[in-house]
Design a protein around this ligand. Structure first.
Ligand code: NAP
Length: 227
């Protein structure tokens, strides 16, 4: 039996709960303290899963800059369709080659495009089900997984009840525009969401930002679940 890996989410949001600017990017809204905190969280993970749109929009830097002697988690990217430009920072500056999960439909395209900068794994079937991805990661020996969004990718893991911890930073801005995403969200609400309360296990204020850690109430069940 394969043990389900431990999956944590780390996101930053504004005072009005938005995780991107109106232009779909996040630049300039996190302080140096938040970036340092992000690196500390990353240094505890073996794998860092990143959303395709987040890479396209934000082109995040993956290697640790604020934690000395920390080991960079291995980047993992889920591509259900199309591919990504190979000049993105995740391909240029990661210490370990990114692992890309894709489907039959786009496997040849991704392989032709990215095989020199990433390891490519074909997942049978027609969707990249997060449970299946966790199973493969677990078989590869990875147990500590960090998910850094965006909200669509986060939602696919929340919807299957696969997340045990949420790190949220509240940054001191109000965007004000309707229809911008929050840390997670799909077409429907989560069933019985009002009966599944998350437990606040830590909070810290540094200057104008608040750093929160929430854990699932029934963590034993999640940690104990087998695939
Ligand atoms: N504030 C923060 O902390 C933070 C952190 C990260 C991102 N962001 C913001 O989030 C925004 C992007 O979020 P997003 O929701 O548009 O996109 P996303 O979650 O970054 O990427 C979603 C895309 O990933 C692909 N994908 C592959 N497998 C998937 C699966 N199982 N479930 C869901 N998606 C899967 C899909 O594209 P294909 O079907 O084409 O493969 C999907 O459209 C950016 O604007 C960024 O600024 C904010």
């Amino acid at each position: 039996m394969t043990q389900l890996p431990n999956v944590t989410i780390n996101m930053a949001m504004t005072l009005d709960g938005k995780v991107s600017r109106p232009d779909g990017r996040w630049y300039g809204l996190s302080s140096r303290n938040d970036k340092k905190r992000m690196d500390e969280i990353r240094s505890k993970a073996e794998v860092l899963i990143l959303g395709k749109n987040s890479i396209l929009n934000d082109d995040p830097v993956i290697h640790l800059r604020y934690v000395e002697d920390g080991k960079d988690p291995r980047p993992v990217i889920l591509l259900r369709s199309g591919t990504l430009p190979e000049d993105k920072k995740v391909f240029r500056f990661s210490k370990q080659p990114p692992l890309i999960f894709c489907l039959n439909e786009n496997y040849s395209l991704v392989r032709d495009n990215l095989c020199s900068v990433a390891e490519i794994v074909l997942i049978p079937g027609t969707d990249l089900n997060p449970l299946e991805i966790l199973k493969v990661l677990s078989e590869m020996g990875y147990q500590e997984i960090l998910l850094e969004g965006g909200p669509s990718l986060n939602d696919s893991f929340f919807r299957l009840d696969l997340i045990s911890r949420i790190y949220v930073t509240i940054v001191p801005f109000l965007v004000g525009k309707n229809d911008l995403p929050s840390i997670t969200g799909g077409k429907k609400e989560y069933p019985n969401f009002d009966q599944k309360k998350w437990k606040l296990v830590a909070s810290e204020v540094i200057e104008d930002e608040v750093f929160l850690i929430y854990e699932k109430q029934n963590v034993e069940r999640i940690f104990g679940r087998e695939l």
